[in-house]
Design a protein. Structure first.
Length: 262
């Protein structure tokens, strides 16, 4: 069984970085990194999340690899919560592949525990047992390196790689989970699903066409482009109210930790 001490000793945190100010205010401010409990490796200038994350995998021997966004803050005690979740999962599934902090369960329902500044609200809440998932949010991805999984280097940009790594695990006969490992995602509101997101969405729809439809936390992958077009229109129609409701991503993330309780 993995303990908190084990987690510290055999964990690596990896981030793709393009804004050192955001990094300093969030991920670097997390106690687990600030107090050098776990090493953080940052990769700058990558053309895609897959490129940065695979380089990180190549340069670590850690058993547990955590991929975190630069605007994520990991509250005090986070490693202990992760160790507890891993122990719960390994009691019945020692060959697990991926754990996320927020995702979709096997019935297509959102599950997890996080604070989103972009949405200005808590997502989900506390729960006891990890839940099997078909898709996770990319802001925190915990990989069991023994699974042998890697991120698809052909997936363009910085979107939908959380869905892709889970689908890859499932295709290899391994399970993925969402656990109560709450984090602060000090994000900006989503402005649209064009450009890089659209490129990733079409790539994923082609890659996983034998599994369609596939739920995601943004736009479901379908056999036509209709879900993407509909979601683009919805974002455009609600843009003003979403921007007005969004929190301030320059806020000290420690101020949001209280919202994770309860």
């Amino acid at each position: 069984m993995i303990t908190e001490a084990d987690a510290f000793a055999d964990m690596q945190i990896i981030a793709a970085v393009n804004d050192d100010e955001i990094l300093a205010r969030n991920l670097l401010a997390s106690k687990i990194i600030r107090d050098s409990m776990v090493d953080l490796k940052c990769y700058r200038g990558a053309a895609s999340a897959s490129q940065a994350y695979n380089q990180g995998l190549d340069e670590t021997t850690a058993r547990i690899v955590v991929f975190a966004h630069q605007d994520v803050f990991l509250p005090d005690g986070w490693a202990g919560q992760l160790a507890r979740a891993i122990a719960q999962i390994e009691a019945s599934d020692p060959d697990w592949a991926v754990i996320g902090a927020f995702g979709v369960d096997l019935q297509g329902r959102p599950v997890g525990h996080a604070w989103s500044t972009g949405l200005a609200r808590r997502l989900g809440g506390q729960f006891d047992q990890p839940v099997e998932t078909t898709c996770i949010d990319e802001f925190v991805i915990v990989l069991n390196r023994a699974s042998g999984l890697r991120f698809d280097p052909a997936l363009p940009g910085f979107h939908l790689y959380g869905t892709d790594i889970v689908l890859s695990a499932m295709a290899a006969g391994r399970k993925c989970y969402v656990a109560d490992i709450p984090a602060i995602h000090n994000s900006r509101p989503v402005h649209g699903y064009a450009g890089g997101y659209s490129d990733a969405w079409h790539f994923m729809r082609s890659k996983w066409q034998d599994r369609l439809p596939v739920p995601t936390l943004t736009v479901p992958l379908g056999r036509t482009a209709w879900p993407l077009l509909r979601s683009r229109f919805k974002l455009w129609r609600t843009r003003a109210q979403r921007l007005a409701r969004a929190g301030d991503p320059t806020t000290d993330p420690q101020e949001f930790v209280q919202h994770l309780a309860g």
